[in-house]
Design a protein. Structure first.
Length: 231
């Protein structure tokens, strides 16, 4: 009965509203990563849609479609919307305070990690600080969204390398600062440190998929690089 009633209701909608309904339901694929204090809390591709977002601060769900505070003329999926879609797909919870003065959230907790008076959750889009709030900054297909704890002014490690390797054969990976492409020396990948050019050669003695990340004190850990090691 519920489906039948819904179908009848849809039939009587004004024709002018149908394109708007279809547009609102359209999803956009982006990559979302959430880097906490001690570990990565989420990383993966997300199909995000325009939807209201609840920051769980007792103010309810709010518009979060890029038109917040007049930032964009047309509604679209946003940084905070993509983050919310990603987190809601897991058992992780988050908390954000809604500020009516600029129609946006400030994220103050993700999972076990809470902001302090000196350390905050930063929003990054395609390796750069966002100049707008997360409900104002729209995203497009293929964008990379990073929500990182205490990232202000710190290098964002970007790890690149081959997707396949041979068992027992060395292969090279590279770590740079995603903000500007500068090589990062001394970053640890698979237990080995990068050189002055940001490179390090690794050798895997077993087959299967190896999941690599780069880490270095004073930086934000890298994206995951999955290498399929073949015999």
């Amino acid at each position: 009965m519920i489906r039948r009633s819904g179908a009848i209701a849809l039939l009587v909608l004004p024709l002018a509203l149908i394109p708007q309904v279809a547009a609102a339901a359209k999803s956009t694929s982006v990559n979302v990563r959430v880097e906490g204090i001690h570990r990565t809390l989420f990383e993966g591709d997300v199909k995000t849609t325009v939807h209201k977002v609840n920051g769980h601060d007792s103010t309810g769900a709010h518009k979060c479609n890029g038109t917040n505070n007049g930032a964009n003329k047309k509604a679209g999926p946003t940084v905070t919307g993509a983050f919310d879609d990603a987190v809601r797909s897991t058992s992780t919870t988050w908390h954000g305070k809604w500020y009516p003065s600029f129609h946006d959230f400030v994220i103050d907790r993700v999972g076990p990690d809470s902001a302090t008076t000196t350390k905050f959750w930063n929003l990054e889009l395609n390796w750069q600080d966002t100049s707008l709030g997360g409900c104002q900054q729209e995203v497009k297909k293929g964008d990379q969204v990073l929500i990182a704890y205490d990232a202000f002014g710190k290098p964002l490690l970007e790890l690149t390398g081959p997707k396949q390797a041979r068992q027992g054969k060395k292969f090279a990976v590279k770590v740079v600062n995603g903000r500007n492409g500068d090589p990062i020396a001394g970053a640890k990948v698979g237990g080995h440190a990068t050189n002055s050019k940001g490179k390090v050669r690794l050798k895997i003695g077993h087959t299967g998929t190896v999941r690599l990340k780069a880490k270095k004190s004073g930086t934000i850990r890298s994206n995951e690089l999955d290498v399929v090691v073949q015999p």
